[in-house]
Design a binder for this molecule. Structure first.
Ligand SMILES: [Zn+2]
Length: 238
């Protein structure tokens, strides 16, 4: 089943390696078929070299049971499922331990919007979650990781005072852990994860030069984000 999606999810996992976002077996990409109610994800702990579409694991969106596949799904699968359940518009989810984004997550700091590279993809600072409490870690840890991400988005507001949306903010930093990113499909989720890593590197270097460097101006943030995204977008080829 879902042969096309399994191939696209496999390709996206290989693209994570090509983008330099993978250390050892850390990281995973999934994609969803909303009509089927099925999420396709990388198997757990399998080296990226030589992975094939047939090894991708199909799990049910509603309860996470394996509906097809011989291998165990990524241990982060419950986190992916929480995001897909909360946000109907997303079609692919990525988790990495890419070094610069993970450094910000470990520092438990939002990734500040300091320039247009960031603003082209993220409409404001990329939020860092709160830390998970002991009981959240000791029970249902991976699902609770997803819940704390959804909670963070429900509580934060964007540049215009509106609740931040997963469309305008396609990434998060999970405190003391690392980044998750998403998009309309697995390939664009990987692209967003790569841009997050680059923006995290630039922000770290900028703050090395000027530790107190504050956020970019709202009007430039809006200009760069909105010319590429949303109803008034005009960047690129139509
Ligand atoms: Zn992780």
């Amino acid at each position: 089943m879902l042969e096309d999606l399994k191939k696209r999810v496999c390709d996206a996992n290989l693209q994570l390696v090509a983008e330099g976002l993978v250390m050892k077996t850390f990281g995973n990409v999934s994609g969803i078929d909303r009509a089927a109610g099925v999420v396709v994800i990388k198997p757990s702990g399998v080296p990226y070299e030589g992975i094939s579409p047939e090894q991708m694991v199909c799990v049910a969106l509603d309860d996470g049971r394996i509906v097809e596949g011989d291998l165990r799904p990524s241990s982060d699968t419950p986190t992916h499922l929480e995001l897909y359940r909360a946000w109907k518009a997303i079609g692919g989810v990525v988790h990495t331990h890419s070094p610069w984004a993970t450094a910000w997550a470990q520092a438990r700091e939002d990734l500040p919007a300091l320039g247009t590279t960031h603003a082209d993809y993220f409409h404001g600072p990329v939020p860092c979650t709160r830390r998970l409490a002991r009981q959240e870690v000791e029970g249902d840890y991976e699902a609770n990781t997803g819940r704390v991400v959804v909670e963070t988005f429900a509580e934060r507001t964007g540049p215009g005072g509106e609740t931040i949306s997963p469309e305008r903010m396609p990434a998060v930093l999970v405190a003391e852990h690392g980044p998750f990113a998403w998009g309309p499909d697995p390939a664009r989720a990987v692209h967003n994860a790569a841009l997050l890593e680059y923006a995290a590197l630039l922000a770290a270097r900028t703050r090395t030069i000027v530790p107190a460097c504050d956020a970019m101006s709202d009007h430039l943030l809006d200009k760069h984000f909105l010319r590429k995204h949303g109803p008034g977008a005009y960047y690129g080829q139509t």
